[in-house]
Design a protein around this ligand. Structure first.
Ligand code: SF4
Ligand code: SF4
Length: 94
């Protein structure tokens, strides 16, 4: 079993993971369909990494659920995060 671990403290808010995720799903660069969203809340210094399963139906909109990047050697949000804010916790992804 494989799952992702996120570290909001490390995240710099670059949103590369959103773009990478959309590429995994549809081979396009469109964060609107990504399974995760980077949020910078008002009055908060840091950012939060929110996954599809923790979103309301309204927040999900056209987003697609995370499939842990089935078919990829490494989840693309993990592969392209420049600061290792998202990591794989166990082998068996892809
Ligand atoms: S594991 Fe893949 S599908 Fe899931 S959030 Fe990361 S990039 Fe998107
Ligand atoms: S790619 Fe990494 S640093 Fe950039 S927004 Fe996503 S989790 Fe944060």
């Amino acid at each position: 079993m494989c799952y992702l671990r996120v570290d909001n403290e490390k995240c710099v808010g670059c949103k590369t993971c959103e773009v990478a995720c959309s590429y995994h799903h549809e081979k396009i660069f469109s964060p609107r369909i990504a399974s995760l969203e980077i949020r910078r809340e008002d009055n908060e210094v840091g950012v939060s990494i929110i996954f599809f399963e923790h979103m309301t139906s309204e927040e999900r909109g056209k987003r697609l659920p995370c499939d842990l990047c089935k078919g990829e050697a490494l989840p693309l949000c993990v592969k392209y995060c420049p600061v290792e804010a998202i990591t794989v916790q166990e082998a068996g992804c892809g």
